[in-house]
Design a protein around this ligand. Structure first.
Ligand SMILES: [Zn+2]
Length: 451
């Protein structure tokens, strides 16, 4: 045990790349030790039937224990592998330093806390700890908004449930465990206008104008498809932002939610406003999102292995998470881009085989593994539904399949379950009122715009 501890300590002291290299090497060694010349699988037909039957399997025969048309259980891909990472631009780095990434989910009908935790691969142990602190966390109402952030190790750090317009339950991870607070708002919400001019980076200029890092992040994310503050902001651009601040006895108590932004860059103007649903739309009520499709294939194929962050290795009992969804596609099946985006990786990996990574704006990425042939290269712009590859059986794989991953804000989530971005405009019933309010808001912001 002591030796193991020392080894663990030494490994912790190594630089990150070395640790990953070491981990991958150990994984390969373990995989090699576990691999045995395969005996023909006599009951192959059992695996094609959708019924599950308990069969006794000789322990140690991993080729049989691993799911078919998936990855061998011993060959787990490290989602942190630098091979799969995409370099962050300056704006993303600035934001990362100061603001915790906030993940959000709106409770849908029939969803329990456990269901939500597994969709987003959050640790179940943290859920039990939260329940221990306050049982009422399990009572979720349809439409309530949940927000959380995670530590670098993946633990739930902050967890809030907005119960209604006035009441919010808040849980914070401290040295003593989770602390619960019920927050009630009694103040008056008033709009406040902030204005500025770009000199240097957008981030710095927005900070000087009085916007908080999280408000900047909200704007950067809301406009990701309309205006790229990282690449397109120019010296001399002007902007006005309205935020809704809460006042108690005439004193501002919160920094406020961003309500609208009006941005002027040369001859270009961008106006966006938040609707009751929390999403931003342009003056005509058009969505600023780009949609993602649920399945990156033209037809439905059997799911041979589901997303499972807590998948247990049947022999070692160790957790070997499955960060994606496997479809049993025959070799040569066209693989389609899940959404509009840019190809950021298109290459080969010893475990993943031929693979493609697409970046969709600033919030989402998708990964496609074990491909037979790639039809795109790095830097290509792709549109939703475009053929990007033919599926295959390359890398460490137990049969032809497509391994598909959805990454939201740098964390793998269940692509078959989580709500996906929609690009629907505001409903025609509500549009008239929205465009009227938006037009008024735009005039107000224009009136305070720096000349
Ligand atoms: Zn897989």
């Amino acid at each position: 045990m002591k030796i193991l501890k020392v080894a663990a300590l030494t490994i912790k002291q190594l630089p990150r790349q070395h640790r990953i290299a070491l981990a991958s090497t150990s994984l390969l060694v373990v995989a090699a030790m576990m691999w045995q010349p395969s005996t023909p699988i006599k009951q192959a037909s059992t695996f094609q039937s959708s019924e599950r039957v308990d069969v006794e399997i000789p322990i140690g025969d991993l080729d049989v224990l691993s799911e078919q048309n998936s990855e061998p259980l011993g060959a787990v891909l490290d989602p942190e592998d630098p091979e799969f990472q995409v370099p962050k631009d300056e704006l993303e780095q600035q934001l990362e330093e100061v603001v915790d990434v906030a993940h959000t989910h709106k409770v849908a009908s029939g969803e329990t806390l456990g269901v939500i935790f597994s969709q987003y691969a959050l640790p179940l142990n943290d859920m039990y700890r939260l329940i221990k602190v306050n049982k009422s966390i399990q009572k979720l109402g349809v439409g309530q908004m949940i927000e959380w952030s995670v530590t670098e190790e993946g633990r739930v750090k902050e967890f809030t449930i907005r119960r209604n317009a006035k009441v919010m339950d808040s849980y914070t991870l401290t040295e003593q465990g989770y602390q619960y607070k019920k927050l009630e708002e009694n103040g008056v919400i008033k709009p406040v206008m902030l204005t500025g001019r770009i000199s240097g980076s957008f981030y710095q200029s927005a900070r000087s104008a009085g916007l908080t890092p999280s408000q900047i992040q909200t704007l950067v994310q809301a406009l990701q498809w309309r205006f790229d503050f990282g690449r397109e902001a120019r010296k001399g651009d002007r902007f006005a932002v309205s935020v809704e601040r809460e006042f108690i006895d005439g004193k501002a108590v919160t920094r406020g939610d961003v309500k609208a932004l009006y941005y002027l860059s040369g001859h270009r103007e961008v106006f966006v406003m938040r609707h009751e649903d929390g999403q931003f739309y342009d003056e005509g009520g058009k969505s600023l999102n780009r949609a993602l499709r649920r399945i990156p294939l033209a037809k439905r194929y059997r799911i041979s292995s589901s997303f499972n962050p807590r998948r247990k290795h049947p022999v070692t009992g160790r957790i070997s998470p499955h960060n994606g969804t496997d479809f049993a596609t025959p070799i040569g099946t066209p693989v389609l881009a899940a959404g509009d985006g840019v190809v950021v990786k298109a290459r080969k990996h010893p475990l993943a085989g031929n693979y493609v990574v697409i970046k969709h704006g600033r919030e989402y990425m998708t990964r496609y593994l074990h491909l037979h042939r790639l039809l795109v290269k790095v830097g290509d712009k792709v549109t939703m539904g475009q053929r990007i590859a033919l599926s295959g059986n390359t890398g460490r794989s137990t049969g032809p399949h497509l391994h598909y991953e959805l990454i939201k804000k740098n964390r793998a989530v269940n692509a078959m379950k989580v709500p996906l971005p929609q690009a629907e405009p505001i409903s025609s019933k509500q549009r008239g009122r929205f465009t009227q309010l938006a037009s008024d808001e735009r005039q107000k912001l224009l009136a305070v715009m720096p000349g």
